[in-house]
Write a new protein. Sequence first.
Length: 366
Amino acid sequence: MHEEVLQNSRRIVLKIGSALLTDEKSGEVRQDWLETLADDIRALKDKDIVIVSSGAIALGRKAMDIAWTDAPSSIPLEKKQAAAAIGQVTLSRAYEHAFKNTALILLTPRDTENRRAHLNARATINALLAQGIIPIINENDTVSTDEIRFGDNDRLAARVAQMIGADLLIQLSTTDGLYSGNPDEDADAKHIPVVDTLDDAIWAMAGAAPKGLSTGGMKSKLGAARIAMSAGIHMIVSRGTLDHPLSQMQKATLFKAPESPASARKKWIRAHVKPAGSFILDDGAAHALQSGKSLLPAGVTDIEGTFERGDAVSLKNNGMVLGLGLTSYSSEESQKIIGCKSADIAQRLGYSRGDTLIHRDDLSVY
Ligand code: GLU
């Protein structure tokens, strides 16, 4: 079943934990293993793959004289941040060697939660994917302070999956998923292959992070599952320790999303967002919108209110509100381009943020 979910997904975020990437004894990258993962990813045809990778702090430990036995939570923040700055270079080099065409993106929670930064990060990732380049994402550990950190990449990966409209998030870790108890201590602990609902019984099964390099643990995996499932994204937790961790995915836990990413996103737009202004649409645009198309500047006759890129704007036609969307252009920019062809946007503004005023993925039509 996990294999089927993988094959049916078009856009996948793959999160790789520190304990998989680094050899605890030598403190170096498990490069041979990483090459087998790269082979697996190359074998997945016609899929967009984005990697969220930990490992920067682990790989920078040696240079900062941090012992392997020190748990991540016990290391002073500035030492951890310095280690991350060092280790990120090693990490990027390892990925570039294994995958060839890679790009590095460092994010903070602000970037995934603020709508403007979110649109920019998403546009950059889309541009990279369209070019056949694999984005490698990590938290920007050197600038994140305790209050504004994800702290673990499980949740960062879920936010990224939500941001780019992925349909699957795979968490490769040192465990093969969720168990009813701690399998190291309890011989009766049962493996749970599928989770449909994150109820109290499921939360009670999850323990804290294991000893060693990991910061996550099953609790933070469940936190990630909550974000993913509510965004309509399935999540798989699978053991990735052996070579070819994707093509030989065996025992794993699938956290099943109850609805599609598109309908979850529309619901989110409707529930969480207050409109800052309106676009007044001509009849043609109103019709196009209702048949699932994006909103183009040509179909807008007027603008109400003042808003920024990324704000919510309601869509009106003949005095009726048809829906709501997140705009790609501010009110000031929109004033200059409404009524014109998309091809003329760059000429009118001196730049373009894309052909659509509101992309159909950012629209919720009533
Ligand atoms: N951003 C941290 C690093 O690259 C990892 C956080 C985590 O372990 O999830 O070292």
